[in-house]
Write a protein that binds this ligand. Structure first.
Ligand code: PMP
Length: 398
């Protein structure tokens, strides 16, 4: 008998870039395709000591079932960590721990989206968010971006027209755009949230990965100075990009009512995030290791971002257009077609594999009206030498 799956599965298809990822195993491929941090950056010794400490100090709690909201010492450490970054008035009760920030997105989908509800996202945005919200039946609306993030005047028009359930943004070093929303636009987003009484979701896994000056304050931090906006804001954070994605520790800060509903849904989903991972993360933060780890990863990724930008300008010249990223893991670029060169990222992706370099074309990151000339290049996992070689190969493919 054929299996009868839920109708909601008709809303999504398996990721269009999956096929590409299968090719990454080919020997000698230099990959700019992944969305992950470099595993060579993991502070293995620090995490080993933190997990030892967790098992020594609190073995019962670290290995037992725990509260769905999260392991209290970790909630306290996370509130202090967020406070150190400017969210001064945050209490541990204002956040729940999630199994990666991916789960926070899923819980937002579960608690907020009924089939047919409209949700505004950036064009382009994080692919897994598109898939996740569609699984819950959302009708996604694409808000255009430029080098300074989402265009707020266009966003406001879309909010007024569509009255969305919420707006999902990655304001700081977005995936895939790498863009940083300007301070002025951040204020505008919060003001329009209040004006139109629209919930804003700020997904912020990359905000700590800045290369020079710190980015403008997060929407969360800014919300303290825009009356009425904190009640209309959910903020998702993650340990994945700086510490380790394998720990699966993320968190969500949101109005109390939303947190309560999300906690209820989480209970039926995974009961709680791994207590062992949470206790390890709590010990890691308590040991005060985060600042040194942050300084190290920022330095390495900054060098790689610079190397990639320089190589792209040298090898591809006029044929490519991009904004040099100020943080995060990605260069978001656009093929210009100058000199009659390839102007479609999907075509170039296939040719690039033949030349021994991989990247992800930009098309799948758009929920509507894709710009097929775009590409996402990660500079995170290849060292500077490999980046130069990989970009040279990209030049040949072009
Ligand atoms: N949001 C964005 C924008 C991401 O890029 C990612 C990871 N690629 C996530 C959320 C999920 O990260 P995690 O679940 O590991 O915290």
């Amino acid at each position: 008998m054929p299996l009868r799956f839920a109708d909601r599965l008709n809303n999504v298809e398996t990721s269009a870039i999956r096929e590409l990822f299968k090719l990454l195993g080919k020997p000698g491929i230099i990959s700019f395709a992944g969305g992950f941090p470099d595993s060579a950056m993991f502070d293995v010794q620090g995490i080993r000591e933190a997990s030892n400490q967790a098992l020594t100090e609190e073995p019962g709690a670290a290995l037992q079932y725990g509260a769905t909201e999260g392991y209290q010492p970790l909630r306290e450490q996370l509130a202090a960590f967020m406070a150190s970054k400017g969210a001064k008035d945050l209490a541990p009760e204002n956040l729940i721990v999630t199994t990666g920030s991916q789960q926070a997105l899923d819980l937002l989908g579960k608690t907020l989206i009924s089939p047919g509800d409209k949700v505004i996202v950036e064009g382009p945005t994080f692919l897994a968010t598109i898939q996740c919200f569609r699984l819950y039946g959302a009708e996604l609306i694409s808000a255009p971006i430029d080098g300074n993030g989402v265009k707020t005047d266009e966003l406001e028009k879309l909010i007024a027209e569509h009255k969305p359930k919420f707006v999902y943004l990655i304001p700081t070093f977005g995936n895939p755009s790498g863009a940083m929303l300007s301070l002025e636009r951040r204020k505008a987003v919060l003001e329009m949230a209040v004006k139109h009484q629209t919930l804003i979701v700020e997904d912020d896994p990359y905000g700590d990965l800045y290369f020079g000056e710190a980015p403008p304050p997060s929407l969360l931090n800014l919300s303290a100075s825009v009356p009425g906006s904190r009640e209309l804001l959910a903020h998702c954070g993650s340990m994945s990009k700086v510490l380790s994605p394998g720990l699966r520790v993320g968190w969500m800060i949101a109005p109390a009512e939303l947190l309560a509903k999300a906690t209820m849904c989480k209970q039926f989903s995974d009961a709680h995030t791994s207590t062992f991972a949470q206790a390890t993360a709590a010990q890691y933060l308590k040991a005060g290791r985060m600042p040194a780890t942050l300084a190290k990863v920022r330095k390495v990724y900054a060098e790689r971002a610079q190397a990639m930008g320089d190589a792209l300008r040298k090898e591809l010249g006029e044929a490519i257009d991009f904004v040099q990223p100020q943080g995060g893991l990605f260069v978001w670029a656009r093929l210009t077609g100058a000199g009659g060169k390839v102007a479609d990222g999907n075509v170039l992706a296939k040719r690039a594999i033949d030349k021994g370099v991989a990247f992800v074309p930009g098309t799948p990151f758009f929920c509507a009206n894709p710009d097929n000339a775009t590409l996402r290049l990660s500079f995170a996992t290849a060292d500077v030498e490999k980046i130069r070689e990989g970009v040279a190969r990209l030049g040949q493919a072009l």
